[in-house]
Design a protein around this ligand. Structure first.
Ligand SMILES: Nc1nc2c(c(=O)[nH]1)N[C@H]1C(S)=C(S)[C@@H](COP(=O)(O)OP(=O)(O)OC[C@H]3O[C@@H](n4cnc5c(N)ncnc54)[C@H](O)[C@@H]3O)O[C@H]1N2
Ligand code: MOO
Length: 413
């Protein structure tokens, strides 16, 4: 008789399991900022200087003393002497005296004595070297103040922040060329199953090409880890045990796909338990797809037994492997980015079970609609066609067409 799994609510299972996983691997490496996209800052970074470093014009126009323009209007312009044009990229060659203006370009440095810029559109030439100002400007108007973006000594990147394009650009803008980042976690990926063959093999009837090793490696890389594939193992304890041992020696976490359900040949849980303490913490989630998931920790390293069905494996990887990798990467926060979208059709669900449906997202009347893709968990392209995963909470017995649901974004494009 096969044993039946005791199914845990996914959210409870995740937080219980994560508690056994180290918070960041702590080891750091020094990296050029240009190569650090997606990496996690190991310590806070403080600005060595104010940005902008000098007062800059945010428009094309005339640098002026605001007080000289007070009361100016189209019917009663202020008249100012034009002292010259300010060159870009150098200190202004002159200061402004009362009653003077200087032609300035967007981004140019304001000369001493000026405190505002009048846009070109609100001026017109009058006599030679003189302009009419047709609108008053307030002190500081159209000016980027020194330190307005960041002050000297201000924290610009906190520890644990994953660097995105603005951080990369911002650090370069401050002349910070290198930083310390946390080491990327190395994740071993093992596939199991007598029917599974490498994609390059000539498949015989009854055999299937390995999908999971590659979809899971891709997800690991996307989540900031380094994937290391160990190949395909037969449904045989000794071979799997040797493979898992090697992967655990070489990696910070290990994923095993297939062999996680309750049938007699499913030996993954048994093998994991021989690898270290505490071993298997959760076997079976009240979720669809992905019910026969195994969450384990062996001597401080997370080990996850994912269902063999390719959709189930990947959905569980989004929901569990990604948060675990975030934790190893030192990134706080578990919640996936989600949007609210109206369902286009009724979706059934069993009370007590969380369901995730692949869905296409369509924008209609300025709102999002989620169009579920009716899938079978073996059919990988049902996920490939999806933009997100509709979440049906455990206390709902399905959702009706027109109702709003959270849709976790799968990050296309
Ligand atoms: N009697 C029951 N049978 C099943 C149940 C159940 O509750 N009672 N649960 C089903 C669910 S749900 C899932 S999910 C699967 C999980 O099975 P395993 O994790 O033990 O995996 P396998 O049975 O070995 O494989 C399932 C399926 O996936 C294919 N597969 C496996 N590995 C790969 C790979 N690397 N690339 C592509 N495809 C792969 C495999 O050929 C099977 O078709 O169990 C259900 N059964
Ligand atoms: O729960 Mo299984 O993971 O549906 O295919």
């Amino acid at each position: 008789m096969p044993e039946f799994l005791e199914l845990l609510p996914p959210t409870r299972a995740l937080s219980y399991w994560l508690n056994f996983i180290p918070q960041s691997l702590k080891e750091t490496e020094r990296l050029a900022v240009v190569d650090a996209l997606g990496r996690v800052a190991a310590r806070p970074i403080f600005s060595p200087e104010p940005l902008p470093a000098f007062p800059r014009s945010s428009v094309d126009g005339y640098a002026v003393r605001a007080a000289d323009t007070f009361g100016a209007s189209e019917s009663l312009p202020a008249y100012l002497m034009v002292k010259g044009e300010l060159p870009m990229g150098t200190t202004p060659p002159f200061d402004l005296q009362p009653g003077e203006a200087a032609l300035i370009h967007t981004g140019g440095m304001l000369p001493k004595g000026s405190d505002a810029v009048v846009m070109l559109e609100y001026t017109q030439p009058s006599r030679e070297n003189e302009i009419e100002v047709l609108r008053a400007v307030a002190e500081g108007e159209n000016v980027l103040k020194p330190g307005e973006d960041v002050k000297q000594g201000e924290e610009v990147v906190a520890a644990g922040v994953r660097l995105r394009p603005p951080e990369i650009g911002g650090l370069m803008g401050l002349g910070i060329l290198e930083l310390d980042v946390l080491r990327r976690p190395r994740v071993g990926v093992l596939s199991t199953g007598d029917e599974v063959v490498p994609p390059e093999a000539a498949v015989q009837p009854g055999q299937v090409r390995d999908i999971n090793s590659y979809s899971l490696s891709a997800l690991v890389e996307q989540a900031g880890g380094i994937a290391q594939r160990y190949g395909i193992f037969p449904d045989q304890a000794a071979a799997l045990e040797a493979g898992l041992r090697k992967a655990l020696d070489e990696c910070d976490a290990v994923l095993i796909t297939a062999g996680s359900s309750a049938s007699t040949r499913d030996l993954t849980a048994e093998v994991i338990n021989r690898m270290g303490k505490p071993g298997v913490l959760v076997h079976g989630l009240n979720i669809r797809p992905g019910k026969p998931t195994i969450l384990a920790v062996c001597d401080g390293k997370p080990v996850i037994g994912l269902p063999g069905n390719p959709v189930s494996a990947l959905v569980i990887a989004y929901l569990f492997v990604q948060p675990a990798l975030n934790r190893l990467c030192g990134v706080p926060g578990l919640i996936h980015p989600a949007i609210r979208a109206k369902l286009t059709v009724n979706l059934p669900s069993q009370a007590g079970r969380e369901d995730y449906y692949p869905a296409k997202l369509v924008q209609k009347n300025n709102a999002w609609q989620a169009d579920p893709i009716f899938y079978k968990s073996n059919l990988i392209f049902s996920l490939s066609r999806a933009d997100g995963l509709i979440h049906i909470p455990e206390d709902a017995t399905g959702l009706a067409a027109g109702e709003e649901a959270d849709v976790y974004l799968l990050g296309r494009g």
